[in-house]
Design a protein around this ligand. Structure first.
Ligand SMILES: Cc1cc2nc3c(=O)[nH]c(=O)nc-3n(C[C@H](O)[C@H](O)[C@H](O)COP(=O)(O)OP(=O)(O)OC[C@H]3O[C@@H](n4cnc5c(N)ncnc54)[C@H](O)[C@@H]3O)c2cc1C
Length: 569
């Protein structure tokens, strides 16, 4: 889409690479379904239009513009070969933009894709010798304007090695390996990797955000994830964190810091799974109740992945379309009173413990029924009927009670076809096939692979606040949410609670609160720019003064730090 836009606006000429890109696409449509699943968008018509535009321009008889020779390019190509370094504007453009509303477009001079760690080190030395600024890029999934450079972008996507070491419960991964790829490989060996965003590279994710997710409850964050990591420093020399003379990346400093270097390899931890793991969702009417419950479970070591989710998260993750997510959201909250829920993945003992507490739960079977009947769940009429029941109990308790299951099944008619009704007609066969796969409604699989999480940015770009918080002080957490909501409201920004996951036996937690912006609307960029003048000093002040509060802004690039160093200062 960026390419079509740039070409139609004459930001780039027709170049040899652009012709290659346009002609090599056979319009198979694979990208259309993938992209729709995650973003709700359809790239195929844009690709067709790009092919046509390139064809039309070439028919005028003008040959593709050859790219200018550049002595720096020749030296870089001497390291990697001409195939893996380019200054073709059509390629550069695809590395020049992301949806972060506060960063403009930034065209690099070169993009290089090293294939080995020695090539990474050589690139760094060339960049140093020739004074070329550079940035390392995993998959560009951070979408915070981090992976732009006016010089060289070093894209790690060719370095895809994964070696599983069963004796040592570890995997050695290269920096191009994504969370999804590692998880797939770990599962093949009957193990689990602690990964976050599926498209994120494992190495980049550790270095950048310290890799948090609902599994952080048991597997931790930051230095908890790895046994050792290897880096190339700014001089092009290697070091490993396990060397006695290595820079101390385990320590945390309360300031903005650069990464220790380019990570070329990480030995990450793998974890055992048991065959009886399943998910439970426990609904609550208030945030305070849900947070106290999650803390209690964490403190008692009940469950594995654990998180308080808001109605927005739940409905967005579950729904095949943004429009349905909106309708479900209002149904869940307004009609059923289900404002918050605790998600727990646990073994049979953990689930028995929770069920024995006598509270209302959504178990795996009911979850599957709800997910596959989602378009009908959103139907206002029967939700109003449930909400109108004259009872002391919250409506969701009645609806989710075991006696109601046959009725629920009859009304929802759950099935892949029902779920697929949420999308446009021509996509329904694809969605029907997809939702027929058992993993697509399995809470354990969905929580491990997190392929639905990118849907968060489907209706608008997400500007996420991630803040470590003291979980025994719920008033601090609600105070942060209230203040972020107030700031958003004052600046006309849509905002919502994301999730809260206990850490370190419920002593601390990580909170996500989200702002939503239309990144293509300059007015929204202005809004967030003004809001920043309020939220930055507020979160900076709290991070400096309140024990247990630490805004992720200070953890960026310090993901190798020990969590104890920033959670207890
Ligand atoms: C919808 C959405 C959901 C998300 N959910 C989560 C989540 O649950 N948990 C979480 O932890 N994060 C989450 N993130 C953030 C994102 O996953 C991380 O920022 C992750 O690092 C992105 O990985 P990447 O490979 O795409 O990194 P990039 O965006 O390519 O790079 C991110 C940063 O890491 C640096 N970097 C990349 N590779 C290396 C390397 N090999 N060595 C040194 N530095 C490197 C880059 O220079 C850059 O500063 C989410 C993001 C989105 C958009």
């Amino acid at each position: 889409m960026d390419l079509y836009h740039a070409l139609s606006q004459d930001m780039i000429p027709i170049t040899p690479k652009l012709v290659e890109i346009a002609t090599s696409c056979d319009l198979c449509g694979c990208c259309d379904t993938q992209c729709h699943f995650v973003t709700g968008m359809r790239p195929l018509p844009v690709m067709k239009a790009l092919k046509q535009l390139v064809r039309d321009r070439l028919q005028t008889g003008t040959p593709p513009t050859q790219v200018d020779p550049d002595p720096d390019l020749e030296v870089l190509q001497a390291v990697l070969g001409s195939r893996w370094v380019t200054n073709d504007p059509a390629v550069l453009l695809t590395y020049a933009n992301d949806p972060y509303p506060l960063a403009g477009m930034c065209m690099p001079r070169f993009v290089a894709m090293p294939g080995t760690k020695n090539e990474v080190a050589s690139l760094v030395r060339v960049a140093l010798d020739r004074d070329i600024p550079y940035v390392v890029r995993g998959n560009g999934g951070s979408v915070f304007g981090f992976v732009f450079s006016q010089g060289l972008v070093i894209d790690m996507n060719r370095m895809k090695g994964i070696q599983i070491d069963l004796e040592n419960w570890t995997a050695v991964v290269e920096p191009g390996v994504t969370a999804f790829e590692l998880q797939q490989e770990a599962v093949r060996h009957g193990l689990r990797a602690n990964t976050a965003e599926p498209a994120a590279t494992v190495c980049g994710n550790i270095v950048c955000t310290g890799l948090f997710s609902t599994w952080a409850n048991v597997y931790g964050v930051n230095a908890d994830h790895f046994v050792d990591m290897e880096f190339v420093d700014s001089k092009g020399d290697f070091f490993r964190l396990n060397q006695s003379k290595a820079p101390n990346a385990f320590c945390f400093e309360h300031r903005l810091k650069d990464a220790p270097g380019i990570c070329t390899q990480a030995r990450v931890r793998l974890h055992p799974m048991t065959a009886d793991e399943e998910g439970l969702i426990i609904p609550f009417e208030t945030f305070e109740e849900a947070a106290a419950f999650a803390r209690d479970l964490s403190q008692r070591r009940i469950g594995l992945a654990l998180g308080v989710l808001g109605g927005h998260y739940l409905s967005t993750f579950m729904s095949p379309s943004a429009e349905l997510a909106d309708r479900v959201r209002s149904g869940l909250v307004q009609s059923l009173g289900l404002e918050y829920a605790v998600l727990m993945i646990g073994d049979s003992y953990a689930r028995e413990a929770v069920i024995s507490m006598g509270i209302s739960v959504i178990d795996q079977d009911l979850f599957r029924m709800l997910m596959l009947g989602l378009p009908r769940l959103a139907d206002g009429e029967w939700l109003d009927l449930v909400a109108g029941l004259d009872s002391e109990q919250p409506p969701y308790e009645i609806l989710f009670s075991p006696e109601m299951r046959p009725l629920l099944e009859a009304v929802l008619q759950p099935g892949p076809e029902t779920a697929a009704q949420a999308v446009e007609m021509d996509l329904r066969p694809f969605y029907t096939k997809l939702y027929a796969r058992p993993e697509m409604t399995d809470m354990v699989w969905l929580t491990m692979f997190r392929i639905v999480s990118a849907r968060m940015s489907r209706h608008k770009h997400m500007f996420a606040f991630l803040i470590y918080v003291p979980l025994h002080r719920v008033e601090v957490i609600t105070g942060i949410c209230t203040e972020l909501e107030r700031i958003a409201h004052d600046h006309g920004i849509q905002a919502d609670f994301g999730f809260l996951t206990p850490l370190d036996l419920g002593k601390r937690a990580i909170l996500e609160y989200d702002y939503y912006l239309d990144h293509q609307n300059p007015l929204d960029a202005e809004k967030i720019g003004r809001a920043r003048l309020e939220f930055e000093p507020y979160l900076d002040g709290l991070s400096a003064s309140t024990p247990g509060v630490k805004w992720l802004k200070y953890i960026f690039s310090q993901g190798c730090a020990r969590k104890e160093a920033f959670l207890y200062t």
